[in-house]
Design a protein around this ligand. Structure first.
Ligand code: FAD
Length: 337
């Protein structure tokens, strides 16, 4: 079980969570970010990495994935720490007045201030309807690939017909002992280059492709040992495997944050526009996850909210003291050691 202590715990490493680190860093506040996804960037990385964005001030056009990478570069001097691939699950207030947040993997982070930058919520994997699938989660069934090395020299079955299934099958065909791809149809929804690359790897025997098929059963004593595959107009097939990875996409859900006692309006957290504080002192909400009169779900607006929010957070952390205000052109950037 890992434990962290920080000044501001940021839930969500999308653009608004990342920019919070910068604004907090200017006030010498340390941040720790938690994201349910294994990568940073939120919607920028998960939904539209290759799309150009045209309304970021100073950038006539920037690819979403480049903006995420630039934000990471901009916050480097402030040395944030990260817990990725874990969902913020429970929050409790300690007698000290600090918050203690626990993730679904039991990591604990303590901080006097919590900034929720959870966007549309947690991207939850779409799970196939296999009766006992939950019994094998983390015991052979993975919905998100966090560390590809885990699959080195293992037998894996990947299901899906989109970019994720195609790209990971290609990548893992170099690492895994055996890659079997299962798809319900004969056509794929992914990028044409990836589809032809998979075709080549099937030809060369590095990927086994079974189309018009679905995984319908999982078997194993304590961990996954085999999958049952139903094929159209054919006998079912049993394949021995170490891992089954269904990659059917992700859908956002507000998730556990909905039970933290915060005022909500239609799945968004109601905030005071003075400082983007919630009804719980010390907990703020910025970016797509908050709501107020006139709210616009834009990156630019989330950046503004983050900037004002850390000013208020500073007062909580430093017993009511007001932070000094200086231009970066005057102070430059002095990082956190
Ligand atoms: C197709 C598309 C195009 C867009 N184009 C533009 C545009 O041109 N200009 C513009 O300004 N905006 C655009 N947007 C909107 C913009 O992407 C969002 O406003 C922005 O991503 C919001 O940032 P955020 O940091 O608030 O949240 P997000 O980017 O949604 O990130 C939130 C993160 O929080 C994580 N999270 C949520 N709950 C938890 C939890 N309980 N535990 C751990 N992690 C959690 C999620 O996994 C996610 O990574 C577009 C959106 C889409 C979908």
């Amino acid at each position: 079980m890992e434990r962290f202590k920080t000044d501001i715990l940021i839930i969500g490493a999308g653009p608004c969570g990342l920019f919070t680190v910068f604004e907090a860093g200017l006030l010498k506040l340390q941040c720790h970010l938690v994201d349910a996804l294994p990568t940073i960037g939120g919607q920028l990385s998960e939904i539209y990495p290759k799309k150009p964005i045209y309304d970021i001030p100073g950038y006539p056009s920037i690819l979403a994935e480049e903006l995420a990478a630039n934000l990471m570069k901009q916050i480097e001097p402030f040395k944030p720490s990260f817990t990725l691939g874990e969902r913020a699950e429970q929050i409790t207030k300690l007698p000290s007045g600090h918050f203690e947040m626990k993730t679904n993997k039991n990591t604990i982070i303590e901080a006097p201030v919590v900034a929720i930058a959870g966007g549309l919520g947690c991207f939850e994997p779409r799970k196939p309807t296999i009766e006992n699938i939950v019994d094998f989660e983390d015991k052979g069934v993975d919905y998100i690939i966090k560390d590809p090395e885990k699959f080195r020299n293992k037998k894996i079955v990947i299901a899906g017909g989109g970019d994720s299934a195609l790209d990971w099958s290609i990548y893992l065909s170099d690492i895994a002992l055996e890659v079997v791809m299962i798809h319900r149809r004969t056509e794929f929804r992914g990028a044409p280059e990836s589809v032809s690359k998979v075709g080549e790897l099937v030809e060369s025997g590095k990927i086994r492709l079974i189309t018009e098929a679905e995984v319908t059963g999982l078997k194993g004593e304590h961990i996954l040992e085999s999958v049952e595959i139903q094929r159209t107009n054919q006998e079912p097939l049993i394949l021995n495997t170490d891992y089954f990875i269904p990659l059917f996409g992700l859908t956002p859900k507000l998730g556990p944050i909905a039970d933290w006692g915060l005022n909500l309006d239609k799945n968004a957290i109601v905030v005071n526009t003075l400082d983007y504080s919630t009804n719980v002192e010390g907990i703020y909400a910025i970016g797509d996850i908050n709501t107020y009169e006139g709210k616009l779900k834009l990156i630019l607006c989330g950046f503004h909210e983050a900037t004002l929010m850390v000013q208020s957070a500073y007062r909580i952390i430093h017993s009511g003291k007001k932070p000094g205000f200086k231009y970066t052109t005057v102070t430059g950037i002095s990082g956190i050691e």
